[in-house]
Design a protein around this ligand. Structure first.
Ligand code: ADE
Length: 278
């Protein structure tokens, strides 16, 4: 049997609202109405194309113009749209706050775990309403992000001479407000290195849907634990935008390297880890 053809869903975060123009030249656009699925409308149109001969599907998490707040992102519709489009992998990017002295503004990080503090989101496909996702599913969240994809992201960054830190715990808050100083300090005590608002349930749903998922996080601020520092939304978007070309290069190089590997074992292992009770 030949190896599976990979297809990579790329989810652009804050500052990457218009990922198609940045990355793809010849694209097929699927209107979000046509990508609507049993979980609803995805955040944006889907842009299908190739990067170095590898099939990709681009999706903007917050929609064009960053109109959808982290709580209101329809994560299930987004992930399901990518699954239906045939994706085997999801490569996501997100702006995050730094909770660590050693993670500077503009630094890239590939998180390897998370602490989920979200409270208002549908965090499973297996809620008893879906025929496709029927039964009860308890997915293991270790590893929280695919380690093989994470290694490839690191290799891509090294190849491009982009500094990136591999590993770190991402605290995911509900938002849309940022954290208080006491919360920020508490997350540091808990061992958090980064803070963001979107990786949960995105990473969890990708796993339930059987797609390998990894995240490139970019630190845009020091949240508010650090002296004389207090995050604000304009700053987050400004820092992310000033690094968009770097993020884009990194995603493109990562796609190219992913396309060179055989992922059959990783995909099979992921599918085996999804145990259902009927
Ligand atoms: N995204 C970017 N910076 C953030 C912060 N400090 N907290 C939560 N999400 C963020």
């Amino acid at each position: 049997m030949g190896r599976r053809r990979v297809k990579i869903g790329i989810i652009g975060g804050s500052g990457l609202e218009d990922p198609a123009n940045q990355i793809l030249k010849s694209i097929t656009e699927i209107n979000r109405e046509d990508a609507k699925n049993e979980f609803g409308l995805p955040s944006s149109n889907l842009y299908l194309g190739t990067i170095s001969g590898v099939d990709v599907v681009l999706l903007s998490r917050h929609g064009p113009g960053h109109k959808v707040s982290p709580t209101n992102v329809n994560y299930r519709a987004n992930i399901e749209a990518l699954r239906i489009a045939g994706c085997t992998h999801i490569l996501a990017s997100a702006a995050c706050g730094s909770l660590s002295e050693s993670i500077d503004r503009g630094q890239f990080v590939i998180p390897d775990s998370f602490i989920d503090r979200t409270i208002h989101r549908k965090n499973t496909f297996y809620d008893g309403t879906s025929e496709y996702y029927s039964g009860v599913c308890h997915v293991p969240m270790e590893p929280a992000f695919d380690p093989h994809m994470s290694t490839v992201i690191k290799q891509a960054a090294d190849k491009l001479g982009i500094s990136i830190r591999k590993g770190g715990t991402l605290v995911v808050i509900e938002g849309p407000r940022f954290s208080s100083k006491a919360e920020s300090n508490m997350y540091r005590l808990w061992g958090g290195h980064l803070i963001g608002m979107t990786a949960c349930p995105e990473a969890c749903l990708a796993k339930e849907a059987g797609m390998l998922y990894a995240l490139v996080a970019m630190a845009t601020d020091y949240d508010c634990w650090k002296e004389n520092e207090c995050v604000n939304a304009n700053e987050v978007v400004k820092i992310f935008k000033s690094n968009v070309s770097k993020v884009t290069k990194l995603l493109v190089q990562t796609v190219e390297l992913i396309g060179q590997q055989n992922w059959d074992q990783q995909i099979d292992d992921l599918h085996v880890s999804i145990i259902l009770f009927y």
